[in-house]
Design a protein around this ligand. Structure first.
Ligand SMILES: [Zn+2]
Length: 238
């Protein structure tokens, strides 16, 4: 069986979720020599702008900018992500395929209902993936159990108090470049059309600036956890 192992596996409900909320930390860890895969759960087919085909091409362009190892789509239904057995098996299959130490998942609550549903789906699947009797197959071969060490939830549209933040000041320019790869989303809406994400770049910079302020960083990305963070000593937190 081909080895796809990476250090960090980032799930996004829609193509561009990961770029908007966590591209900075991914760029930072890739620069440290860590390997990264992104799994988009849907093709974003319910989005007002762009088609699944254009969004796939844009995802590929963003992946090249980020220099990640792998990217794939799970084919769940955009707008209808559910934490059910069929979806969990797909997510478990991806976790066992990429064998990450760290999993990144959508925000625990957010404007788009898919985000919170995807957050719980990924968190539950990360635990269940460690159970030997939960059977999954990749290309006809049984996969072994794999439990990531931890799951971190990134923060996207709605402000959430983070449990920790990571300085992404030096990564910000490239993060913006990766978000801009999703060109179909940056259209100027005609009269009576819903808003596109034209204002998104300002919003991303604002929220990253707010998260950076307490640690004296120009920009930071924020994350939440569902269990205590443990460190070896005080000084690791400086
Ligand atoms: Zn989304």
């Amino acid at each position: 069986m081909k080895n796809y192992k990476v250090d960090i596996l980032a799930f996004g409900a829609h193509p561009d979720d990961v770029e908007c909320a966590a591209a900075g930390v991914l760029l930072k860890h890739i620069a440290l020599g860590k390997t990264v895969a992104i799994v988009d759960m849907t093709a974003g087919e319910m989005g007002t702008f762009g088609t699944p085909e254009t969004r796939k091409k844009e995802s590929d362009d963003a992946s090249k900018i980020l220099e990640i190892q792998y990217r794939e789509q799970l084919g769940l239904a955009d707008g209808s992500i559910e934490n059910n057995e069929a979806s969990r098996l797909l997510v478990i299959k991806a976790i066992r395929k990429y064998q990450p130490e760290i999993v990144l998942a959508n925000a625990i609550y957010d404007r788009h209902p898919d985000h919170a549903n995807a957050a719980k789906l990924v968190a539950d699947s990360s635990f269940l993936s460690g159970l030997k009797k939960k059977e999954t197959f990749l290309n006809g071969e049984a996969q072994g159990p794999w439990r990531p060490k931890t799951v971190y939830h990134y923060i996207q549209d709605y402000f959430i108090d983070p449990d920790f933040v990571i300085d992404i000041s030096t990564e910000m320019d490239k993060k913006i470049e990766a978000i801009k790869a999703f060109q179909s989303q940056f259209v100027k809406p005609k009269k009576n059309e819903p808003n596109s994400i034209l204002g998104l770049l300002d919003q991303v910079k604002s929220i990253n600036s707010i998260y950076g302020r307490p640690i004296n960083a120009k920009y930071a990305e924020g994350f939440t956890v569902s269990r205590y963070l443990g460190v070896q000593d005080f000084f690791q937190l400086i």
